[in-house]
Design a protein around this ligand. Structure first.
Ligand code: ACO
Length: 376
């Protein structure tokens, strides 16, 4: 019996959404290269492209964005659920809990193409609003829907910070949303697919995806990578830290390695240059110097095994430069990836995807008698 530990090299669906060439370091959404999309498109356009299959016309974009913007208003029961959680609650848990709360109203959920396409912009708006509300809750602040704007990134940042940030910060947020929007079928997307293959509703399926995203081997890696940099403290400590923790301590270098890429993750360089252009003070420049030194040491040691820096290596520094604390990093990833989760779930169900029900090979005891009363 062939067991695939970690489902490595198991193909669970056909897809027209995302193409990855792990040997050459190529990533495309619907045929468009990630560099082109990150440079030239808004997140709304990219989300539309992934979910609907083509970039939107001007009218299509106006209608899609209109629903997204309206959905920055949250129902009071969701705001109450967020308020009921402790102020120091893990922000991603707040996000997940709010999505579970939304699912309480999804009694007659349909996966028809029309229903999915109508639901998608509502969910994207709700995701940004929930995350902004969760962030403000962590700061002891109330959530107010932001003024309607022409950009998802701008509305999300104004809702989070209570003010419209400067243009280069909005552009960086937009780029990061695009970069994390999809990546084929990693653990979180697979979790969403498993849930939606039972025809569960979209909010619950996203909550399942969030649960899978949170671990440090997946979405939590940006936070884990960033914490390495702060632990190192100064660039001149990097070599000693690397030797003690990674070489002798045999710890994993976080933000390095990938199941699919055997070379540089193409998103990494974009995050690196974003972080470099946004770094505004000595503390942020210091983090960058540490990361660059650690990148060199990591590549020297691990590239012969095909282990290179992934997207999470520099994204945390970019998020910090945008203005978010480390406790927000995994949730920012979840916000972007909501678009990819929706696209993959609807593609799977529409293409007649069956309920996911794998098997396990039984290797336990053969039939046996229960021990007598006294032995229990
Ligand atoms: N540091 C040190 N060694 C590593 C690393 C790393 N970051 N990644 C893999 N390895 C080594 C393993 O120790 C193992 O060595 P061995 O064969 O001598 O035992 C070998 O490479 C294969 O590792 P696996 O865990 O089997 O590889 P897998 O494909 O299952 O894991 C993963 C991929 C989980 C991403 C892994 O590289 C890792 O743990 N990286 C650190 C966490 C991280 O950055 N995750 C983010 C991934 S990208 C994303 O989710 C957006």
């Amino acid at each position: 019996m062939n067991i695939s530990n970690g489902l490595e090299d198991v193909y669970i669906k056909n897809t027209s959404i995302t193409f990855i060439d792990g040997e050459k370091g190529i990533l495309r959404y619907r045929g468009y290269d990630i560099h082109e999309l990150a440079e030239n498109c808004t997140f709304e356009e990219v989300a539309y492209l992934m979910i609907f299959g083509e970039l939107p016309s001007r009218n299509e974009l106006v209608s899609f964005s209109g629903t997204v913007q309206k959905s920055f208003s949250l129902p009071s029961y969701v705001l109450n659920v967020i308020d009921a959680l402790p102020q120091d609650a893990d922000i991603l848990s707040v996000f997940e809990t709010a999505f579970a709360a939304f699912s309480s109203e999804e009694r007659n959920f349909s996966w028809s193409r029309e229903a999915t396409l109508a639901k998608a912009p509502e969910i994207l708006g709700h995701a940004a609003a929930v995350l902004a509300a969760a962030y403000r809750h962590s700061q002891g602040l109330k959530y107010n829907p932001p003024p309607a704007s022409d950009s998802y990134a701008k509305s999300f940042l104004s809702a989070s910070f209570g003010a419209v940030p400067e243009r280069k910060i909005v552009d960086a947020m937009n780029r990061s949303l695009v970069l994390y929007a999809d990546h084929e079928v990693p653990a979180s997307t697979t979790a969403a697919l498993v849930a939606s293959s039972t025809l569960s509703d979209m909010y619950s399926s996203i909550a399942a995806a969030v649960a899978a995203l949170r671990g440090p081997l997946h979405g939590g890696a940006a936070e884990a990578a960033y914490r390495q940099f702060t632990e190192i403290g100064r660039a001149e400590n990097t070599d000693e830290w690397f030797s003690k923790n990674i070489i002798q301590g045999k710890k994993r270098l976080m933000g390095f390695g990938h199941r699919v890429y055997r070379t540089y993750d193409p998103r990494m360089a974009i995050f690196k240059s974003m972080a470099a252009s946004l770094a505004k003070d000595e503390e942020e420049r210091n983090l960058l110097r540490i990361a660059e030194r650690l990148e060199r040491l990591g590549v020297e040691k691990f590239s012969p095994k095909g282990i290179y820096p992934n997207t999470d290596f520099y994204s945390g520094i970019a998020f910090r430069c945008i203005g978010f604390p480390v406790t927000m990093f995994t949730s920012l990833f979840a916000l972007s990836r909501t678009a990819g989760w929706i696209a993959h779930m609807s593609e799977y169900v529409e293409n007649g995807g069956r309920i996911m029900r794998p098997r396990a090979v039984y290797i336990g005891h053969g039939p046996r008698e229960l021990p007598g009363e006294k032995a229990r």
